[in-house]
Write a protein that binds this ligand. Structure first.
Ligand SMILES: [Zn+2]
Length: 214
């Protein structure tokens, strides 16, 4: 468990240094499978600067939503992490960021179309947005689960983005990729409407990506 906690701290600090999520915004978690016990996940705490994190600050929450109330509070957004792990069995890690370009684009409440073939990196021919609800609520979780259907990442309206992966490094890379896609899309929209790839063109890309992952 200590190694997993150290890994969370390493990537939490990357959130700041890569500017994916400046200051204390954003959070991340790793799924923990325990023998003979309830499975759960480790998540960053609320209100601690990432450069000051130590392993004892990383909180375990069971998939039933139980955690030790005596210690630090987990991130106020822990409920959507719980719901993603319950709904996406192949997701082992989650990165949530208020990265500038994703947050800016999320305010338009539009799905990102296939303006670039890399949109397929999230698993489909577009990248959806989850409709707005107050952060930390179960209602927001429901919207996120819907947007993540057959996808590994989505925008969260007027908020930011969330990315899943089979490992924390994979989820983190996807979050960085999504931030880059949002930046390109915002730029492309400045001189009009970009041409969109056809479903057939995207199907070919998705097939290629699927083979890379094998
Ligand atoms: Zn957030």
């Amino acid at each position: 468990m200590i190694e997993l906690k150290k890994n969370i701290i390493k990537f939490a600090q990357h959130l700041n240094t890569t500017n994916l999520s400046p200051l204390r915004s954003g959070n991340l978690s790793i799924r923990v499978r325990l023998k003979n016990k309830t499975d759960g996940f480790l998540i960053t705490p609320s209100g601690v600067r990432y450069e000051l994190l130590s392993p004892k600050n990383i909180i375990f929450i069971s998939l039933k939503g139980e955690y030790d109330k005596k210690g630090l509070e987990p991130s106020s957004e822990w409920k959507f992490h719980q719901d993603i792990y319950l709904n996406k069995k192949d997701c082992n890690a989650i990165v949530h960021a208020h990265s500038v370009n994703a947050a800016a684009l999320s305010t338009h409440r539009i799905n990102i179309p296939a303006f670039h073939y890399m949109v397929a990196v999230a698993g489909g021919e577009n990248i959806r947005y989850a409709d707005y609800e107050t952060f930390g609520t179960r209602k927001l979780s429901i919207n996120i689960i819907k947007a993540l259907k057959n996808r590994d990442a989505c925008l969260i309206a007027n908020h930011g983005q969330v990315s899943c992966g089979s490992s924390l490094s994979e989820a983190f890379e996807l979050a960085e990729e999504l931030e880059n896609i949002c930046k390109q899309y915002l730029l492309a929209r400045q001189i009009g409407k970009p041409k969109i790839l056809s479903p057939n063109q995207m199907k070919k890309v998705l097939l290629k990506f699927k083979n890379y992952k094998k």
